[in-house]
Design a protein around this ligand. Sequence first.
Ligand code: ASP
Length: 305
Amino acid sequence: MQKYSLAIHGGAGAILRSEMTPERELGYRSALLAALGAGEAVLRNGGGALSAVEAAVVALEDNELFNAGRGSVFTHDGTNEMDASIMCGEKLQAGAVAMVQGVRNPILLARRVMEASEHVFLCGAGALRFAQEHGLEEAPPEYFFSPFRFRQLEEARARGLVQLDHSRKYGTVGAVACDAHGNLAAATSTGGLTNKKYGRIGDSPIIGSGTYANNRTCAVSCTGHGEYFIQGVIAYDLSCLMEYKGMSLQEAADFVIHHKQQALGGDGGLIAVDARGNLALPFNSAGMYRAWVREGEEAGVGIYE
Ligand code: ASP
């Protein structure tokens, strides 16, 4: 048995202290700590890494502050299309969904795809049909509507921009965990980019880009400009640097975010944990909503550098 560790993120980007009010900051901090607490409760009670990351991400998806589940941003057409994925580092099993509408918790759907289908990745109408066949909870469009997000869409449309959930609220959520048996898991969920068109899918549901877990190396969940994370195959690259080059978790995580991503021009960050429970949470943007805990230690929470 070993000590467990857990980290979560609520998105990275242009999160500026100057644009934050004390109330809003408090809201984010307490939401992050609540989601961390939901995941930690699983680990404290002897649960596995997979259930811990699922519990933390469900809590984040249910909170409209974050761009995932309930708080998902709007597409160009004014809909919410969500992407999510989950991976188990022990068995290298994974489940992912993309362009899903009307499912309350896409991360639960991704896990169901992993455990109850013969596939890894389902999208759009097919993913919804699978969700219905498996009795996953649906939610009407009003559940996903927030005036703030809609204003973001109107602004983005007016300026012809496809944007990260930049301005005030930033999005995408994720969790990584190492449980008492040294098993690793990662989960990521997002509404993607405001004003996205044409069936755009980001890195979050792509195993190896936005999410990866392997007990031999690490578990990773990314956030930021998805196109660059796909091109850089960032989550798997981090794992490979550890496996084939013998880098430590921190060295490999810093390399992919501060050198590789930066050189590609992509901003963002990631959270990662290795099988000894070490954590790394690098980002090259102004901020990243994040929280972390190791068994027996006090939880940490951060927004800016
Ligand atoms: N990576 C996500 C995407 O491109 C966005 C984010 O992390 O905020 O869909």
